[in-house]
Design a protein around this ligand. Structure first.
Ligand code: GLN
Length: 204
């Protein structure tokens, strides 16, 4: 693994600060990402938890504002362009929604690169937030404390997608080449194994 990888966290809205803290603890150099030029130095990008419709609106508004500047691509388009060239990207909860190609019953704005289909808010409202012990064989035998806050459930996966953790009739962690998605929030636990796993993807 590269010694001090440069990792950006999309910082339009949501819990980007918690990811930044975890990444710094693991020795990464971190960047808050708000515009396309913030992506230049990055070895990897995290799209945090938050509210996907709010992020889509913020990104649409910013795109309009910057459209006069040809050198400034809207941030979702800029991320997509880097992802296609292999930039490792990890979406947590809202981030997984923004990465997914298919969001059940919704046309909301997204990056839409990962071949998964999901249902938003599948675990119920905020008050039904829960910690669920997850089996993630790739991270070892010890169960992972999965924190679910108005989380999506992943329902279908294309044939290049590797399912890393199943739950109920669906799954909650998956990888498609350099894209990683978790429906839960490792950034607000003491367990750093998913962050380490993502850092491990960077030079793989
Ligand atoms: N329910 C939110 C959405 O659909 C995601 C919540 C989260 O990221 N914790 O965008």
């Amino acid at each position: 693994m590269k010694k001090n990888p440069h990792i950006g966290v999309l910082a339009l809205q949501g819990d980007f600060a918690e990811h930044i803290q975890k990444l710094e603890e693991l020795g990464a150099k971190t960047y808050e990402v708000r515009r396309s030029s913030d992506l230049e130095e990055l070895d990897g990008l995290i799209i945090p938890g938050g509210e996907s419709t709010t992020n889509a609106k913020l990104e649409a508004a910013a795109s309009k504002f910057h459209s006069a500047k040809p050198d400034r691509l809207p941030i979702f388009d800029a991320i997509k362009a880097r992802a296609v060239k292999g930039l490792p990207i990890w979406g947590t909860c809202m981030g997984s929604i923004v990465l997914a190609k298919d969001i059940e019953g919704s046309k909301q704005g997204r990056i839409g690169l990962m071949d998964i289909s999901l249902r938003r808010n599948a675990f119920g409202p905020q008050r039904e937030s829960a910690e669920i012990s997850l089996d993630i064989p790739e991270l070892g035998n010890k169960p992972f404390p999965g924190i679910f806050i108005r989380a999506p459930l992943f329902l279908k996966a294309g044939n290049k997608v590797k399912i890393l953790s199943k739950l109920g009739e669906g799954f909650v962690m998956a990888r498609e080449e350099s894209l990683l998605a978790t429906a839960f929030h490792p950034e607000i636990t003491d367990d750093d194994r998913v962050h380490r796993y993502f850092l491990g993807m960077i030079n793989a």
